[in-house]
Design a protein around this ligand. Structure first.
Ligand code: NAD
Length: 389
């Protein structure tokens, strides 16, 4: 029994369901935000989904500002500009609206606007988060429009350091949004590539959390049901974006993945982070490419667990059956089987591979991999993902 020691954290209030975006003014009142900064990305800002949400604020006569300088894989200059907009508009809270990029940046603006230390001092390392002035963090409302990262229920924000080309995970318990509106109607406009990539991100979160060592039966339970929801609903959402039931289940699976990955992630993410930082690839799609290679690498440590997961999901054939089901799902979603399918003209020399392997082994997610991710193993996994073998 001595090893059954753990720490469990569970998400915030989630107002879940189609049409619930109408409750935004009520949610603002509940969180005490009077002058929100609405943070979204430039692509979304042009879409009706943003116009109709801002109309809800206009109709309720809420004084708000809009900030949309958010790159996919947001960078520190986006954060600097966002903080300036927050201060200039005298805002007292953030509505983070969008995919993981806008959610993370919105959360980080609310967090960092009141801090005096650089954001890098709050990387998810040990207890670095205790360096922050917790009283200076503005409240956050999160509204996801993709179904993958689960950032809406997470206590972290991911941001790329432009100087070092590294993706950093910033952590603080108060990065957890005060209230989430998870309205699947907001996600129906996602194009196929983003539906597939974000959905595979949710699967990667559930899968890596479930396989991570450590005692966390609640995370395991959530992850297992999350995997089932993805297998059942992602192909439907991909085939018909307007399938609201499939979209709703995927929005749940995304939140479940993030609730589960407090237990840990693994080598899929450790490799995907440097690739995303260096090549600006979509995070979930990059995870999807690495998934089968990492599954095979971890086989000895996870075979029994994966067989149990496969049985729960109705997938026959134990570990092998599950691995085949992952490949089939990727094919159905038009996920490239190898990295050159994702990064056009990819030509990686030995030095670049070494750099990626170095970055992968020190990525905070590497510690959650069920088999130790050595530099040699990272290089082999990278070679496999490039060759598609
Ligand atoms: P994203 O936020 O980068 O969005 C991708 C594209 O989809 C954008 O062009 C956006 O405009 C578009 N889009 C979003 N919603 C749409 C909709 N409803 N209709 C049409 N287009 C839409 O993608 P993402 O995968 O959601 O987020 C990726 C980011 O999240 C990465 O930076 C990644 O590192 C980070 N991330 C964070 C966490 C976390 O715990 N905080 C976890 C995983 C990933």
């Amino acid at each position: 029994m001595s090893k059954l020691i753990s720490k469990w954290n569970y998400p915030t209030t989630v107002r879940f369901g189609a049409g619930r975006i109408k409750e935004l003014p009520d949610v603002l009142a509940a969180t005490g935000i009077k002058r929100p900064l609405f943070v979204t990305d430039p692509g979304l800002a042009k879409l009706p989904v943003v116009a109709s949400t801002l109309k809800i604020l206009d109709d309720a006569e809420v004084p708000y500002g809009v900030f949309s300088e958010v790159k996919p894989n947001p960078v520190d200059s986006n954060l600097t500009a966002g903080i300036a907009a927050f201060k200039k508009g005298k805002h007292d809270g953030v509505i983070a609206f969008g995919g993981g990029s806008a959610l993370d940046l919105g959360k980080l603006i609310a967090f960092q606007a009141g801090q005096t230390r650089p954001v890098w001092d709050f990387e998810d390392v040990g207890d670095w988060w205790t360096r922050a002035n917790s009283d200076a963090i503005a409240p956050i409302i999160a509204v996801p429009t993709t179904a993958g990262t689960g950032s809406e229920v997470g206590r972290a924000g991911v941001i790329t350091n432009e100087a070092t080309h590294t993706k950093k995970v910033i952590f603080h318990p108060k990065l957890l949004p005060a209230i989430v509106i998870a309205d699947p109607e907001l996600s129906v406009g996602m194009p196929g590539f983003i539906t597939a990539g974000t959905g595979m991100d949710a699967l990667a979160h559930c899968l890596e959390a479930y396989c991570a060592p450590g005692y966390h039966p609640m995370a395991d339970g959530i992850a297992v049901e999350g995997v089932r929801l993805v297998f059942e609903n992602l192909p439907k959402a991909f085939a018909n974006g307007k399938d609201l039931v499939a979209r709703a289940h995927m929005m749940s699976a995304a939140a479940m993945g993030a609730a589960a990955f407090q237990k840990g992630l693994g080598a899929i993410h450790s490799l995907s982070h440097p690739i995303g930082a260096l090549y600006d690839t979509h995070h979930g799609m990059t995870n999807a490419v690495f998934m089968p290679y990492v599954l095979a690498f971890n086989r000895d440590a996870i075979e029994v667990r994966i067989a149990r997961l496969a049985a729960y999901c109705g997938i026959k054939g134990g570990f092998d059956g599950f691995a085949k089901a992952v490949i089939k799902l990727r094919k159905e979603l038009k996920v490239p089987h190898a990295l050159p399918g994702l990064i056009k003209g990819l030509d990686m020399d030995k030095k670049r591979k070494g750099l990626i392997a170095d970055m992968a082994v020190v990525d905070p997610t590497a510690g959650g991999n069920p088999v130790k991710l050595t530099r040699k193993a990272a290089l082999t996994l990278l070679d496999n993902a490039i060759a598609g073998t």
